[in-house]
Design a binder for this molecule. Structure first.
Ligand SMILES: [Zn+2]
Length: 285
């Protein structure tokens, strides 16, 4: 906030109000239109859909950059948002408990975390030992002095899931910074199938890339008789046939049911935490 004030920039803390209200604030090319948006992937999905429904494109916005975090961002949604808003989407990683330990995603979709700020370990999902190359593990972080003076956490297990990368030199633009795979979801959401563990990212990347997908794709995933079973809300997918084939192309053996969205326990997203109380208070004023 203070930095923005010194730079003469304005910040609008919009929060998660109904997407139509946010889009009203974003649209326009005048000097009051925002140049940077920070939000969650699921909310970005809603905004992207709505912008397309209104027939809006890059010429209708002044955005130069979109930052997202706290949820899995799929390449399909990132590409759609970039085409719609005309600004690059940057996916970041951070967590209040281990601040300032934070990471950036490179073009090869690794997560790179600066080793000078804290000790970052990848602990095997099952054993807690250092994860071997290719294995799933969680990010365990210890901020270095002086940051831990105000956040005295040691070996904080974030439960954020990554895969340890092969033990080989990197060729990306951030090759000199330690790296893991992209965040794959939360450890508690891994599904143990007969073919091995399936992560939330694997499922979301398939669903988000379905033809005509309405982001965020409403679904739930489970293991039935050892196999991945996915229920997808009919309202999220206009083409309901062949979804299992899309999973198969991604290497996932899944059974799929298209279900009515209402009345079912489907996956909740950050965008579901809409702050209606703020919106109505604003209107009343
Ligand atoms: Zn990289």
């Amino acid at each position: 906030m203070q930095v923005a004030r010194l730079a003469g920039a304005a910040i609008r803390m919009v929060g998660l109000v109904p997407p139509a209200e946010t889009l009203d604030l974003m649209a326009g090319t005048g000097t009051s239109a925002p140049t940077l948006m920070v939000t969650y992937p699921s909310y970005l999905g809603q905004l992207t859909r709505l912008a397309r429904e209104r027939g809006l494109g890059p010429a209708d916005f002044r955005l130069r950059r979109i930052n997202v975090g706290s949820e899995v961002l799929s390449p399909a949604l990132a590409e759609a948002a970039e085409k719609t808003f005309g600004a690059p989407v940057h996916d970041g990683y951070g967590m209040t408990e281990v601040t300032p330990v934070a990471g950036a995603i490179c073009r090869q979709r690794h997560l790179h975390i600066d080793a000078g700020i804290g000790l970052v370990e990848v602990c095997d999902l099952d054993t807690g030992a250092p994860a071997a190359p290719g294995a799933l593990g969680t990010i365990v972080a210890t901020p270095f002095f002086p940051y831990r003076e105000c956040m005295p956490l040691f070996r904080y297990d974030t439960r954020d899931l990554v895969r340890q990368l092969p033990d080989a030199p990197r060729t990306c633009e951030m090759a000199n910074v330690p790296a893991t795979s992209h965040i794959l979801g939360k450890a508690d959401h891994v599904l143990r199938t007969q073919d091995g563990p399936v992560t939330p990212r694997e499922i979301i990347e398939v669903l988000d890339a379905l033809p005509g997908a309405c982001w965020p794709v409403r679904h739930r995933a489970d293991v039935v008789d050892g196999q991945l079973h996915v229920e997808v809300a009919a309202s999220s997918v206009p083409e309901t046939s062949d979804i299992a084939r899309h999973f198969a192309k991604a290497g996932l053996d899944a059974t799929v049911d298209v279900v009515p969205g209402e009345g079912r326990e489907l996956r909740r997203y950050r965008c579901d935490l809409v702050e209606n109380s703020f919106a109505s208070a604003g209107r009343a004023a």
